[in-house]
Design a protein around this ligand. Structure first.
Ligand SMILES: [Zn+2]
Length: 125
């Protein structure tokens, strides 16, 4: 699988995410990716920061691929807030269209599950 195909498969979800590799096993596909944006906005005060404090890997469940579970292992960065008066010293960046705060699944899977729940509550499914 080429890097271009990987990017085409995943970058439509977030322009600031680069897919590095895929690991394909019988029951699971793992997408190894990292955020690439140069800055992030503090969720408390809105100040944009480029000062990276640290990074770590978030594991996100994503929509299945056939019968395989899909997990995104996304390296995200923790930034220092530059605003002295802000109560939040550091914050973790979000990848638009892929992550949301404290989420353990991708935004796409979250949206699909919410739509299924709404359909179930109306007796559609
Ligand atoms: Zn702040």
């Amino acid at each position: 699988m080429t890097d271009d195909l990987l990017q085409d498969l995943w970058l439509h979800r977030s322009a600031d995410v680069a897919v590095n590799t895929l690991t394909i096993r019988a029951d699971r596909v793992t997408v190894h990716a990292a955020t690439t944006g140069g800055e992030a906005g503090c969720p408390s005060c809105g100040t944009v920061s480029t000062r990276v404090h640290s990074s770590y890997v978030r594991r996100l469940d994503d929509s299945a691929a056939g019968r395989r579970r899909v997990v995104v292992e996304l390296r995200v960065r923790r930034f220092r807030c530059r605003e002295q008066a802000c109560p939040r010293a550091t914050f973790v960046e979000q990848a638009a269209g892929l992550t949301f705060r404290h989420g353990r699944r991708s935004q796409g899977l979250q949206t699909a599950l919410q739509q299924l729940a709404r359909m179930a509550s109306r007796g559609v499914v």
